[in-house]
Design a protein around this ligand. Sequence first.
Ligand SMILES: CCCCCCCC/C=C\CCCCCCCC(=O)N[C@@H](COP(=O)(O)O)[C@H](O)/C=C/CCCCCCCCCCCCC
Length: 305
Amino acid sequence: MCHFKVFMVCQGSTEMGYPRVLRLFFPLALLFLFLYLSVIKLPDVYLHECLQDGKPCSQIQNDAIEEVRVKPSTSFKLDPSDRQLLENVLKNCKQHDFQIGKMVEAFHLCVTEKKDILLEEYLIAWRQLIKFMDALGTVFTFISSETMTKVNILQGYLNGEHGKHYRTVTSMVKYELENEVVNFKELPPNRVPSGCRTLLRMHRALKFLEYFLYNLGMSAGQDKTSQMCADAYHKTLSHHHSWFIRQVAEVAFLALPPLEDMYKVVCVSNHKEAKTVLLTTVDAIVKVYNITQKVYTKHGMLDLP
Ligand SMILES: CCCCCCCC/C=C\CCCCCCCC(=O)N[C@@H](COP(=O)(O)O)[C@H](O)/C=C/CCCCCCCCCCCCC
């Protein structure tokens, strides 16, 4: 008698007339399928996954709010030689997972003519940063998944039933304040953190990034990346982190690759190219940072718990 026929190979049995090789094949195929599914990267599930009439809500909302689409700003101008350099870097970088050009572009496109920030494009830029951290290895997994969590919370709001209020930073702040979603006293237990609180964490990290990229861009080549990163962190994000997180960060810094390897990830081959690319990136980040900072200052939201 052979039990669990699907999973076990019943030696000598010829029930249902299958040749032995086929009876071996199915359980093995199932096993391999299971292993395959457990190792492939499954798509990220957003906290506010939402479907309506079989369509993702974001699609429905995008149809509905087409008429109030906010135009991205086109004010950014680059020196022609620097633009050429940036374009070359972009071209050479196409095979890389992390593409600094895509990140810079997204940071530019997220700034609207009315000096507001488009969340969708802002998140595209952050996803590139996550790719960069993922490329650095497992030491940075903790930091990249923390970042991914924040990105997913905001994407969840964007895809959710009130998604149209989350198009820009200003509209999100207005909506969340009017509807008392923002908690000024404590982080509400068992609730998805507000969009404003979540964006604030990323906004603070952007200041760190600005310092770090500036240090990298201005480095003459002898400085250690771990030192430049630690310096940026101590001046910025560390003030908002607990003792434990600060220790974790210090360990991660030690695992940072040397400057030449960073250059490779950014697709530049020398200091001059690195300086142009990195300072262009800093410029884009500063613009986004300043706009967000202004909105948060206006509403007294720079210390949300
Ligand atoms: C040439 C290109 C270079 C690109 C460099 C990419 C660098 C990556 C950019 C930013 C990464 C920092 C993102 C950190 C997320 C911060 C969110 C945060 O602050 N979360 C904390 C507070 O959240 P709540 O608890 O209040 O919800 C949370 O406690 C922190 C968790 C751990 C984060 C540790 C951060 C360490 C910062 C240093 C990052 C160094 C990464 C360097 C990678 C080059």
